[in-house]
Write a protein that binds this ligand. Structure first.
Ligand code: GAP
Length: 449
């Protein structure tokens, strides 16, 4: 994990928020490469589930909603973690994260039942702490104007259910998909971007006929897992976890998590919940609106059941980085003098790598080579995320790109000037082939997908 955190900072993937002020715990900024990679993940997700599934439509709802939404959804009452406070240093900890007298992942106490900060043993009794960030709509900060930053994107898909269904003339089963920010005032944080206070969710609310919910639940567990595998995660690093009835969220009939084998242990990466008709019924009750659906075949009015697949974009980003990271002691290259160095290769899929193609002139001080390399770069940047690099020996430039996961490097040499072809180098096999310039875009597209 330390290596990933260091690489992420050094190469512009992830920075701590407000670092010049000492940083803020559990808030992160995605640097140029991280932002590009996150966009790629979200684009792939939309492509798979919105573009390629004709009965799923996209929504982009506001983060702040009517305060009643959070009463209806149960978040005001139930979206809490049990919190205890050290009476001596006022350190706050999650009571449910204490195992055998030690707070897991919350500092390191020398002995059991000690405060991980100061070693004292006197704690307050456990209180429920609501994880939602409270704020105010308009200039008056009173209870009437209070609302919350959304802790999940799901609720807007329920409140807009009828509007989406009618405007898009959808019939059951159909889904609404949304990707966007969510905010949770987590008590315990840590493990880099695994648990932060601001993150992005990619969720689908899939509305089905009651009675068909169990079948669709199984369908979505398979779909969700396949998506993670297709982005490049290794099968052996994924497993399914069936929540026992006692640990289900207040809205759920069944929940299966897809867990990833993080360096700190198996952790939730994604989840699929059967939310039944809980949310639509609650919003119908609190809003006074009819949120039923008229079944075309029977003419009956029904409240659909909802299957919800969800994934945290940053957790997926972290899993993809960890999964792709490889170190080769002594290096993979045998032909250059730098062969003895340790090499880092990020074997990211071409679909999500932040830079897809790097373009190099063989030599920096030959204007005919740099001019041609610029021409190739200008040609490729129309279709691919490209980087131009003319600094240092070619071997070093390859390794710089390997470290950030760039699948292909193109080198322009003297032969290019004669034959109008380039060297295409593959990150994983390090194989180099010559490709005519006119075939280059097509060749790259084929290899990247
Ligand atoms: N609408 C359902 C829902 O929000 P959840 O299990 O609370 O379900 C969904 O969250 C996903 O969001 C999780 O599977 C996880 O990937 C991600 N997630 C949850 N809390 C997070 C946090 N504090 N930081 C980063 N990602 C988080």
């Amino acid at each position: 994990m330390k290596k990933i955190v260091s690489l992420a900072k050094r190469r512009g993937f992830v920075f701590q928020s407000s670092e010049i002020y000492g940083g803020v715990e559990a808030l992160w900024d995605f640097g140029p490469l991280g932002a590009a990679m996150k966009e790629n993940i979200k684009r792939e997700w939309k492509k798979r589930f919105v573009q390629q599934m004709e009965n799923i439509v996209l929504l982009d709802a506001s983060i702040l909603m009517h305060p009643s939404v959070w009463k209806a959804s149960g978040h005001v009452e139930n979206f809490t973690d049990p919190l205890i406070e050290c009476k001596s240093c006022n350190g706050r900890f999650r009571a449910d994260h204490m195992i055998d007298g030690r707070f897991v992942g919350q500092g390191e106490a020398k002995e059991a039942n000690q405060c991980p900060n100061c070693g004292d043993r006197d704690f307050t009794s456990s209180k429920n702490f609501n994880l939602m960030f409270r704020t105010f709509l308009g200039p008056i900060e009173d209870a009437a104007n209070a609302t919350y930053l959304r802790p999940e994107t799901a609720q807007a898909m329920f409140t807009n259910f009828k509007l989406v269904q009618e405007t898009m003339r959808q019939k059951l089963p159909f889904g609404i998909a949304q990707v966007g920010k969510a905010f949770r005032n987590e008590i315990t944080t840590g493990n880099f971007i695994f648990r932060s206070r601001e993150f992005e969710l990619a969720e689908i609310e899939y509305f089905v006929k009651p009675g068909e919910d169990e079948k669709w639940f199984d369908f979505w567990v398979d779909q969700w897992e396949q998506f993670l595998l297709d982005l490049g995660l290794k099968k052996e690093n994924l497993r399914r976890y069936e929540h026992p009835k006692a640990s289900l969220a207040h809205y759920s009939k069944r929940t299966v998590d897809i867990e990833y084998k993080f360096p700190f242990g198996w952790g939730e990466l994604a989840g699929i919940a059967n939310r039944t008709d809980f949310d639509l019924k609650q919003h119908a009750k609190f809003s006074g609106q009819d949120l039923s659906y008229r079944d075309d075949e029977t003419g009956e009015k029904i409240i659909p059941y909802v299957i919800e697949p969800t994934v945290g974009v940053e957790r997926l980003f972290l899993a993809l980085l960890l999964d792709a990271y490889e170190e080769v002691e002594g290096g993979r290259t045998t032909t250059t003098e730098s062969a003895k160095e340790k090499e880092t290769v990020l074997k990211l899929s071409g679909k999500i790598a932040p830079v897809q193609v790097a373009v190099f002139p063989l030599l920096k001080n030959k204007p005919e080579l740099t001019a041609k390399a610029q021409e190739v770069y200008n040609l490729l940047e129309k279709d691919f995320m490209c980087q131009y690099d003319e600094v240092g020996a070619i071997g070093r430039r390859y390794r710089r790109q390997d470290e950030i996961g760039t699948p292909f490097c193109i080198t322009i040499d003297f032969e290019t000037l004669e034959k109008n072809d380039v060297t295409l180098r593959d990150r994983d096999t390090m194989e180099q082939v010559r490709v005519p310039l006119e075939a280059l875009s097509g060749e790259l597209r084929a290899r990247l997908t």
